[in-house]
Write a protein that binds this ligand. Sequence first.
Ligand SMILES: N[C@@H](CCC(=O)N[C@@H](CS)C(=O)NCC(=O)O)C(=O)O
Length: 213
Amino acid sequence: MVLKLYGNVVSTCANRVRVVCEELGVSYELIPVEFTKREHKSPEYMAVQPFGQVPYLDDDGFKVFESRAIARYIALKYGGIGRLIPDPKDLQKTALFEQAASIELTNFDFYAGTLALDNIFKPLFAKKMPNPAAIEALKSGLEGRLAGYDVLLSRTKYLAGDEITIVDLFHLPHGSLLEKQGIDFLVSGRWPNVTRWWIDISSRESWKKIASR
Ligand SMILES: N[C@@H](CCC(=O)N[C@@H](CS)C(=O)NCC(=O)O)C(=O)O
């Protein structure tokens, strides 16, 4: 049975899963959940995802939510050992992968995700305008974190080593919205290793396919 991903093309979290599927060549069906109709807050939906958020995955009756957990499940079950996630038997590679996963969540997505929410999604869906002081604080926080990224990426090609992992791909949905907000941090070359890495991951066919829809 084909994987069913409940989400929509606007959702950055659904796109975090979709890019991993594209990269691995895993087929899935995107079952639309309409934000404008508040389908994600319906009792049926919230019976599966009690936070009323997208996406969730249904794999032949097995249901899991949280985009990063879904992506890991898909990569481990359908990707083949060592593809986009290190072989769990390799403890050192796995430790560096977990380090990268934590970095993405706390040092990147905390800033880039909140910027996207405040600058794009809240004005669009809740008619709530951003607070300029909060935006400046987030931008400045992200600048500090990207300096750290630049050090790491001066040592390895990707965030968890010299091979790409799902963690690199996890940056794409919110990272690509930075430029749309006029924030050029990833592309300016101010942190040259970050820009080299960003050009590499954002020009992959898997992401181009998701970004163009
Ligand atoms: N940590 C969750 C976050 C899910 C999330 O925030 N989804 C957004 C769309 S990208 C959503 O459904 N927002 C609507 C809401 O929170 O009411 C994940 O990665 O799946």
